[in-house]
Design a protein around this ligand. Structure first.
Ligand code: LUZ
Ligand code: MOS
Length: 754
């Protein structure tokens, strides 16, 4: 990594509490509080909704039902199947039915209790396979196919089949959902929103209010975490606040408490899947089939897109000649499930890893032998038609192998297990290959706005939303590099739909690439105008190179007397345009949804992790001792930030695979509805050894300054923890029939041991 280490510009304000989140915005006089009445039955017909008594309560200004929506009662992002407020029926526990707007939060709370609501129960489905049997689907089923699996299986030496379950995951962003809306002149509204998708909020609010998008301004300073949970679902909360502000012409704030947030919002889609895998006598994977039953919840939300990414990543980083994978998005009576770091990719990868593990166990070899043997190389045609280029799959594995030889690791564990009757260790390797780009080609573009002020200071606006991932810092680095100036001269502005329009959400790991490249485009436009000026002022020929570096103008590596502020002052006197709007649209990518073939990804990110766990075979609890990773960062623009993303992603992935259990009962009520019943990793669950090394590589031209996307890929290393734990259980009890069912909670481990 050649870029210098740079601390995240936001860190100091975060740790001293000076960073502003939605709930920290000083409220204007006359601000109303909005509370949501939600269904406590997962499926039913609303037979009575009487708000008259509640509306008479002290401080209550108005109670909103679907009748009070001036525009469309619709918030569905991909498919219009989700009302903002329920009409005749409710389809999940936590579904919003009415809003109370009151002078204080307490008064709004009190009024909620006085609303008379009667719901006649209807049958509840929580299981995706049951929904599929009843023909309840959220969108069309999809299949990606390559070669001929049916024919290939008959020629395979070994064929194995199995079933795999993976659970949901609560986003648990530290800052809950929320929005603060202020009515503005000209029939408009400004919304301070905790959203990854400012334009999504703008579009949804415009539709709900029945106004043009130009009347809705969305402003985002930063989020206290998003993880996908605010890619689409923030729109609902923005619409609640905006509806009240727009109709009552008073500022309105709507921020759910933690338990309300957990109850009302969707989570990572749980999946139930079937696989069939065929290998030849030399352990080459010849054919792979999988059927995915995605638990989408009660509305489509982003599930159809998540489903697609599951299919893209169904074969992980393996070269397989025959692939046939099908996915169904099943409609159940759970809150609409949604984007979560990895966006269906982790669910797809988990299944093929289970298939390989199942093969290995049946054949009496280590899974790593099959994994290593089948890693893809450049020139491989993915089952969706793209040709692999710049593959680091084998390099990452080899580098990890040099550090921790696989035979030595397994021998060490065997020796440990032989001498420890109560403790058992297990190891697993987890390679990853994750495609970078929104799978919807149309979404891969971005814009940026740059002003150089006459004193030489710079204001930068992009469509990127800072959610703790450090994208603001990366944007500042891009501007500083393009102008050759110090970071101190640059201010990163809030993300605002009036300054930068038509943004894609900050998602798909692509935010720094897309917005960074748009920003570089804007900066370079200004720089070329400045160069013209320098040539005429200093009499420099067209062929001589002008360099902006260290806040000074260089001519062919020769420093001049002219500094950046002097240059800008002169440019301003010469009436040079010191502002620019940049644009970037990822080149080369395309995808045909009908044939399921194309070149959907700008590039792929690769890596390999070794995970070692220890299980206490008396109690069933466990520790993750080692996660040793070789990761493909490209040429990291900011190693500190990228390492942090990697570490956080790994721990979040381990959480999904081990301790985080989203539990609903048969009536569709969320049982894991608070932090007392939903456990996420804390500092004590972080692996004692968490070693992340970069693989030596060039990086991709389509990543920002050749620094590869890093947001989502590392999460999938966490899948290794599942298999490491399973192997430890099997070391204790080789007869255990422990299922491929995540999360591997201590309870499941204990049941598996005996
Ligand atoms: N969001 C989206 C995503 O709309 N499309 C994607 O491909 C995607 N991938 C990852 C995360 N969010
Ligand atoms: Mo995401 S799952 O990149 O919001």
């Amino acid at each position: 990594m050649t870029h210098p280490p740079l601390a995240n510009i936001e860190s100091a304000a975060h740790v001293t509490g000076r960073s502003i989140y939605v709930d920290d915005i000083p409220v204007m006089e006359g601000t109303l509080w909005v509370k949501v009445l939600d269904a406590r039955i997962a499926h039913g017909r609303i037979t009575r909704l009487d708000v008259r008594e509640a509306e008479q309560m002290e401080g209550v200004v108005k109670i909103f039902t679907h009748h009070d929506i001036p525009g469309e009662n619709q918030v569905g992002g991909i498919i219009p199947d989700e009302p903002l407020l329920a009409t005749e029926e409710v389809h999940f526990q936590g579904q919003p039915i009415a809003l109370v707007a009151a002078e204080t939060e307490e008064q709004a709370e009190a009024a909620l209790q006085k609303i008379v609501l009667e719901i006649e129960p209807l049958p509840v489905i929580t299981d995706p396979r049951e929904a599929f049997r009843q023909g309840k689907l959220l969108s069309g089923s999809r299949t990606f196919s390559k070669g001929n699996t049916a024919a290939a299986f008959s020629g395979c030496a070994h064929v194995f089949e199995g079933k795999v379950e993976s659970g949901g995951q609560e986003h648990l962003y530290l800052e809950t959902q929320g929005a603060y809306a202020v009515p503005t002149e000209h029939d408009s509204v400004r919304i301070y929103s905790s959203t990854q998708g400012p334009t999504a909020v703008q579009r949804t609010v415009a539709r709900v209010l029945g106004v043009g998008m130009n009347r809705v301004e969305v402003d985002v300073a930063r989020l206290g975490g998003g993880f996908g949970g605010k890619e689409d679902q923030a729109s609902t909360w923005g619409a609640f606040a905006a509806l009240v502000a727009y109709v009552l012409k008073r500022p309105a704030k709507c921020i759910p408490h933690r338990m309300e947030d957990m109850r009302m919002t969707g989570k990572r889609n749980p999946y139930s899947s079937d696989f069939k895998i065929g290998l030849d006598a030399d352990l080459n994977i010849i054919a792979y089939e999988a059927t995915f039953f995605q638990n989408g919840g009660a509305a489509a939300d982003l599930s159809p897109a998540i489903l697609e990414r599951t299919l893209f990543h169904a074969a992980n980083s393996y070269a397989i000649p025959h692939v046939h994978v099908t996915a169904h998005s099943c409609k159940t009576n759970l809150p609409p499930n949604t984007a979560f770091r990895g966006f269906g990719g982790p669910q797809g990868k988990f299944v093929i890893e289970a298939a390989i593990d199942c093969s290995a166990k049946n054949l009496g070899v280590a899974a790593a032998v099959i994994q290593r043997k089948n890693l893809l190389a450049d020139g491989y045609e993915f089952h969706y038609g793209q040709i692999a280029a710049g593959s680091e799959a084998q390099n990452c594995w080899t580098k990890l192998e040099q550090k921790r030889p696989f035979k030595a690791v397994l021998a060490e564990i065997e020796a440990f297990n032989a001498t420890h009757p109560r403790l058992k260790k297990g190891a697993a390797w987890m390679p990853i290959c994750f495609g970078i780009s929104f799978t919807n080609t149309m979404m891969n573009h971005a814009r940026a706005l740059v002003h150089v002020y006459s004193d030489g200071s710079v204001g930068v606006s992009t469509g990127a939303v800072e959610m703790g991932q450090g994208v603001n810092m990366k944007m500042m680095q891009v501007a500083a590099a393009c102008f050759g100036i110090s970071l101190d001269r640059i201010k990163l502005e809030t993300t605002n739909t009036t300054r930068v329009a038509n943004t894609s959400p900050s998602a798909a790991s692509a935010t720094a690439d897309l917005n960074g490249k748009a920003l570089a485009d804007a900066c370079l436009q200004i720089r070329s105008r400045l160069e013209i000026l320098v040539r005429s002022q200093l009499g420099v020929s067209k062929t001589t190179r002008i360099i902006l570096r260290d806040e000074r103008i260089f001519i062919d590596e020769q420093a001049t007397d002219m500094t950046w502020p002097q240059l800008i002052q002169q440019a301003f006197f010469q009436r040079t345009n010191l502002s620019a709007k940049g644009h970037y649209a990822t080149p080369q990518i395309h995808f045909d949804k009908i044939t399921g073939k194309g070149h959907p990804f700008a590039y792929h990110v690769y890596g390999t992790a070794l995970t070692i766990c220890t299980v206490d075979c008396l109690r069933g609890n466990y520790t993750v001792d080692v996660v040793d990773v070789v990761h493909d960062f490209g040429n990291s623009i900011n190693p500190g930030i990228d390492l942090g993303q990697c570490e956080g992603g790994i721990v979040q992935g381990i959480g999904w695979m081990t301790m985080e259990e989203v539990a609903y009962n048969a009536e569709g009520r969320l049982l894991s509805n608070a932090l007392s019943t939903y456990k996420i990793p804390d500092i004590y669950s972080v692996p004692a050894v968490l070693d992340i090394e970069p693989v030596d590589t060039e990086g991709s031209e389509l990543s920002i300054f050749k620094s590869k996307a890093v947001g989502e890929p590392p999460l999938m290393y966490g899948i290794g923890a599942f298999f490491a734990l399973r192997n430890a259980v099997l070391a204790f009890n080789p007869q255990s029939d422990i299922a491929y069912s995540a999360p591997m909670t201590p309870e499941k481990v204990l049941m598996g041991l005996y």
